[in-house]
Ligand binder design. Sequence first.
Ligand code: ADP
Ligand code: ASP
Ligand code: MG
Length: 407
Amino acid sequence: MALYVYKFGGTSVGSTERIQAVAEKVKVSHDAGNQLVVVVSAMSGETNRLIALAKDIQSQPSARELDVLVSTGEQVTIALLAMALEEINCPARSYTGNQVKILTDDSYTKARILSIDEANMRKDLAEGKVVVVAGFQGVDENGNITTLGRGGSDTTGVALAAALKADECHIYTDVDGVYTTDPRVEPKARRLDKITFEEMLEMASLGSKVLQIRSVEFAGKYNVPLRVLSSFKEGAGTLITYEESGMESALISGIAFNRDEAKLTINGVPDKPGVASKILGPIAEANIEVDMIVQNIADDDTTDFTFTVHRNDYQKAKTILEKTCTELGARKVTGDDTIVKVSIVGVGMRSHAGIASTMFDALAKEGINIKMISTSEIKISVVVDEKYLELAVRTLHKAFELDQSNS
Ligand code: ADP
Ligand code: ASP
Ligand code: MG
């Protein structure tokens, strides 16, 4: 007998028929003698619908009220799934984050899980019930509802698996595993049997939304065996694992991309100590996250300073930067919110030279201009014009022979 945490995403519970299909799948595993905790997302499109309702009323709704609102999506699906299970004689009980309880900090819309009370779940499991838990939500120490950030049900699933020391955590979704890149952009993308935590963490942080980044962090930290599989078809999916010595690793495991990027440049900044902090300080104070940063070599005692932010923060960051520009006596501020970031990821990069030049050559041959570059031990990212996103992804997929099986 094993204890599993299964998480089903929005598409997998997108209609009552699909919820019934999930119930059937859960029942098969339960009948086989497994103990099951099932985490569900809101029905597909529901979280977006709720956010749009809020925006109809207030352009900047309070984060606390937003969480009260969006957490309702998952409350609907837990109840429906518990009913669907009862209907086929599979005993089940649903819990909201508060009822579990999943205690978080009070950072509304991006809360972090602090602790999970296992008592209710353990009791139900011992009684042979399937425990159905709302993903994405928790409660802070004052009883306020919180949510864990978009895609947060993945993190609920992994956190429950860690707390319960589950044998495995299965993330059931609308693709049958983690692919070399998003199969919606490159149909030749190939499913990976395994990927390391490190690579998955990079892929997630660089834009692959198949797993929320925090869920991967959590699984790595608490040693949770994590698998991504399809809700709709059988298969072993992709196992996220530690790097094994001797594990045949490809140079590049995958390509990630992020469409939500914008860049800003402040030109002609006097080249003096403290300038970078004067530029980025006010940006940080406004709670705007900065990703890539490039400062040119000074010319005529002045320099250009460029950084990227989330596209939603572009206007706000530009306004702040214009003020800084005047204060510093810099020349001007320019910006572009039609850029994207494309990244190649692979632990094999550590031990091989020439990966960057292969990447840049391939992009150059297609006439794709690179606007910014950043590298780390296991990734290389480039910023390109958004119109080149699909072409860049497919070009790199081919250049690194990712469509060819290496197993
Ligand atoms: P869910 O609603 O089940 O949480 P998501 O939409 O959050 O599902 O994540 C699944 C989607 O992630 C897929 O439909 C796919 O388009 C996208 N995706 C992006 N990168 C990858 C990748 N490397 N491998 C597989 N899917 C990916
Ligand atoms: N429903 C939430 C979202 O759409 C959480 C999730 O699906 O993981 O972001
Ligand atoms: Mg998701």
